[in-house]
Design a protein around this ligand. Structure first.
Ligand SMILES: O=C(O)C(=O)C[C@]1(C(=O)O)C=C[C@H](O)C=C1
Length: 121
């Protein structure tokens, strides 16, 4: 067949035999649900590690660790690029995550301070 008559599917079109329209949307949303389950499991594991690490911090400056935050965000930026994800999305997601984890660590430290010391019980 000459190139002139070759039928080329336009970019983003649905492959032959694939579900279309609402059926495909339902399939893709089921995939997203499965991925969300794995992501939240990993985030829960990450959060447990951060909780343990918080036990070794003694002041707010250590909790905030801006140099470490920069390092994590830079790394996530590069990983996203390497995996074909818009880096802005990855960095914004991690920025929000770290902000919440910082709040969690400050709350943990406040709670620790409010506890009576061993000798005062
Ligand atoms: O590395 C730390 O010291 C953390 O507390 C973990 C973490 C993170 O989620 O990556 C959270 C808060 C910031 O202090 C920096 C990084």
């Amino acid at each position: 067949m000459s190139d002139q008559h070759r039928v080329v599917a336009p970019a983003g079109s649905v492959p032959a035999g694939a579900a279309t329209g609402s059926a495909r949307i339902a399939e893709l949303r089921a995939r997203i649900d499965g991925l969300d389950q794995r992501i939240v499991e990993l985030l829960a594991e990450r959060t447990r590690v951060v909780r343990e690490l918080t036990g070794h911090k003694t002041d707010e400056a250590a909790v905030r660790s801006p140099d470490r935050v920069r390092q994590v965000l830079d790394r996530v930026h590069d990983l996203a690029e390497r995996h074909g994800m818009p880096p802005r999305v990855a960095v914004a997601t991690y920025g929000a995550l770290i902000e919440e984890l910082t709040r969690m660590q400050l709350d943990m430290m406040d709670a620790r301070r409010a506890e009576p010391a061993a000798g005062e019980r």
